[in-house]
Design a protein around this ligand. Structure first.
Ligand code: ZN
Ligand code: FE
Length: 258
């Protein structure tokens, strides 16, 4: 039953979202708690119990709150096996299943390296928690991976069902859309999304989750094979190119300078 799981965005820092998944019985799992305070406030306000912590990668804005949470709410902590993260006691690799007994749900682990070397995402039918890999109209910076690595990770995500909700970890959509519009000035879906996003943000609401269908239509980092994106990348490179990785790399580097 869809309504047996409620998913809430808990804002943290300047632009992070900690996702709280709450089952009907009151068990809560949180994804990427960079700060404990918003989670503790949520648990107190809702009278719920922390049942699990899920982490996507080692950056402090995603895992900095683990210790403070565990001090008050002992819970299993899932995270990437390839990264050293304080508090993680359930190391995960690609293809692993995460059964959250208290919530009655299960996730599949996808290795999505690129932003960091061991970055993982949590997938179940209809939803993807992807940390800093894919953003609203954008993607994470390549801190520990090559363009080829990140492209492969994004290609895996793009192959998921189009109605998959994309729960990313930052509110970056508006700035990302300004870049997307520069890459594809004639893309009507981007124009629509600019308007939709402005409305949501003006109302103080998160611009995420979006769906994979929306990202596939508007996110330049999932559009390495769209003719307009290829043309824009070629203009940046100053030479012909069609290789998907080369197109992706050119767009990613352009964004770094944008
Ligand atoms: Zn990060
Ligand atoms: Fe982050």
């Amino acid at each position: 039953m869809m309504n047996s799981l409620e998913i809430v965005a808990l804002p943290a820092f300047a632009d992070n979202y900690i996702w709280a998944l709450r089952a009907r019985g009151g068990a809560v799992a949180v994804v990427d708690p960079g700060d404990a305070a918003p989670v503790l406030a949520y648990l107190a306000a809702t009278g719920t119990q922390l049942a699990a912590i899920l982490v996507t990668h080692h950056h402090a804005d995603h895992c900095g709150g683990i210790d403070d949470l565990l001090a008050r709410h002992p819970a299993p902590v899932y995270g990437p096996a390839l990264e050293a993260i304080d508090g993680v006691d359930r190391p995960l690799a690609d293809g692993d299943q995460v059964a959250l007994a208290g919530l009655g749900i299960e996730f599949e682990v996808l290795a999505v390296p690129g932003h960091t070397r061991g970055h993982i995402a949590y997938y179940r039918r209809g939803m993807l928690f992807c940390g800093d890999t894919l953003f609203g109209a954008g993607c994470g910076r390549l801190f520990e991976g090559t363009a080829a690595t990140m492209h492969a990770s994004l290609a895996r995500i793009r192959a998921l069902p189009a109605d998959t909700q994309i729960y990313c970890a930052h509110e970056y959509t508006q700035a990302n859309l300004r870049f997307a519009a520069a890459v594809e000035p004639d893309n009507a879906a981007i124009r629509d999304r600019v308007a939709d996003t402005a409305q949501l943000r003006a109302a103080g609401r998160p611009s995420v989750p979006s769906t994979l269908a929306v990202e596939a239509a508007t996110n330049p980092f999932l559009r390495w094979d769209a003719p307009a994106v290829i043309a824009a990348a070629q203009a940046q490179l100053g030479r012909p190119a069609t290789d998907p990785i080369e197109i992706f790399a050119a767009v990613r580097e352009w964004k770094n300078r944008f």
